[in-house]
Write a protein that binds this ligand. Sequence first.
Ligand code: FES
Length: 333
Amino acid sequence: MPFDIRIAGSEVRFPCEPGQNVLDAALKAGIEMPYSCRKGVCGNCAGAVSQGEVDCPQREATPPGQHLYCQCVPRSDLEIVPQAWHRFDPAARKTFTIKVFRNTLAAPDVSVLQLRLPAGQRAKFKAGQYLQVALPDGSRRSYSMANPPHASDMVELHIRHVPGGQFTQIVPGLKAGDTLQVELPFGNFELREESTAPMLCVVGGTGFAPVKSLLDDMAKKGIQRPVTLVWGGRNRDGLYLPAAVERWRKLWPGFTYLPAVEDAADAQALGGFHGRVDDAVRAHAPAALGGHEVYCCGSPVMVAAVRKACIDERGLDPRHFFSDVFVPGPAAT
Ligand code: FES
């Protein structure tokens, strides 16, 4: 028999099957809470359990007194206190067979894949969300849409080639006309449009993709906010889409770009920062980040380092740190 989970301070309740984790049960019921990796790595899904018992492995990302909803399984009925939640319509998620129409090697280990939806169909998503590619063995891979939502007859994915990666090793060979099965949209990394706070976007490698979608969407909607983009990579090749950055630079007088690369000669050639993105934030962001919003995308280690720099060292309100953590391997379904 399923357990009953209530959201504290509301009338909302949803069932959770034995062995199912709290986050999956909520999403299945059309209740979205903050999350990213769904693998116990990013800490985005942390919240309290105010009544009831859970089995929940202690992970490094678990804040004191909280649980990672993507990992914890009820042992009784529960009352939970998520950081935030809202209802969504799970039926709005759609599966498409889409065709490759362009596959560009944007860097030695990054493909920009442009995929066209079937004629007359449109992909509905919010800037910053992601899709899942279904592979023949039934596993899935998650990639953020890099295009803004108004370009809805296609999707653009930025795919880093992971050595030995089941999907990424076939990506460079995909050619126009090849098809993929995708489902979208997923995720709640999105722009807080009601805010006028200055934005600090900190991305590593292909973590650029969802932020590109956010910024192109802002440009389309005429949203004007001060934006600083810190884009990190091993060398200049890893900052693979300078034309997009140049567009924003021309469009917004309040736009600042700081490339951060580990190769000293490339850092000098780019006029950027030599080192990691979190150190670039320490060196160049305002001494206090109160009143800012930070949008951060990349590996778990990189996002954790930027979170520490912004929240622990610069006084950013933790509620204003929004992250999308890229964890290689099969997507949670
Ligand atoms: S730790 Fe739960 S979503 Fe990342």
